[in-house]
Write a protein that binds this ligand. Structure first.
Ligand code: HEM
Ligand code: HEM
Length: 185
């Protein structure tokens, strides 16, 4: 047993940063996916469309960096105990959703990167162009974008479960789960 009642501070900061970046990535990605390039240009013009694409790719690449740091802070430091302990269902459900989120949030930016590069488009991070790493291959790009979209919806579903679980622990069960991740208490 140890006295820790929060994850270490950097891990908590990373959790909330990742949460913000994921929501913005989903918002910009779904907007672009729903409207398509032409549709977005017709609605908001060229400049804003390019800005949306660049922002979406920048957010996605930033997420890859944040998730890498996060995996380090997760593995390298002690984890607080649950008080009271979780029951078996809560333990299995929360661990599964957490692991799937970690996996999805690493695979998603890699898919976006590969889909973009194989489509012959620049992989942008702010004003830099990162190496594409794979050659142009239009059919592959379409396939990868399809998986990028499917995984996007899977992330939306995982987040719905995750946030429902967090709210249940916080407002109904009133245990220490929210406190473990909280920045303020
Ligand atoms: C929107 C993107 C979000 C993502 C990707 C995300 C992801 C995760 C992951 C992977 C964990 C596992 C803990 C770890 O080992 O790092 C976690 C923990 C946690 N999250 Fe989130 N989360 C998000 C949003 C939220 C929101 C909106 C809330 C609150 C309403 C929340 C509340 C919590 C809490 C309380 C924990 C601690 C669970 C525990 O003690 O094991 N998360 N989150
Ligand atoms: C975890 C990070 C990311 C999330 C959550 C995310 C999410 C999404 C979603 C939900 C869509 C809409 C798919 C559709 O409806 O067709 C999308 C589209 C797109 N994403 Fe991402 N994405 C991420 C990372 C990236 C990265 C790193 C890149 C490139 C470097 C990228 C490039 C694109 C492009 C170009 C589109 C538009 C595809 C189209 O025109 O249909 N994404 N993204």
């Amino acid at each position: 047993m140890h006295e820790l009642d929060h994850y270490i501070y950097p891990h908590r900061v990373l959790h909330w940063l990742v949460a913000g970046v994921v929501l913005l990535s989903l918002l910009t990605g779904l907007t672009l996916g729903f409207l398509g390039y032409e549709g977005t240009v017709n609605l908001v013009g060229n400049t804003l469309t390019n800005f949306l694409y660049t922002s979406h790719k920048t957010l996605g690449v930033a997420l890859l960096l944040l998730m890498t740091l996060r995996i380090i802070t997760r593995l390298a430091f002690l984890i607080p105990d649950h008080d009271p302990p979780l029951n078996r269902f809560e333990r299995v459900a929360s661990t599964s959703v957490h692991h799937l989120l970690y996996l999805a949030l690493i695979v998603m930016p890699l898919l976006g990167w590969a889909a973009t590069a194989s489509g012959g488009f620049p992989v942008e991070f702010f004003h830099w162009h990162l190496p594409g790493l794979i050659g142009e291959h239009k059919a592959l790009s379409e396939e990868l974008f399809m998986w990028h979209e499917r995984l996007g919806w899977a992330i939306v579903a995982l987040l719905a479960l995750h946030v429902t679980g967090a709210l249940y622990h916080w407002q109904i069960k009133r245990d220490n789960v929210m406190k473990r991740m909280s920045l303020f208490d």
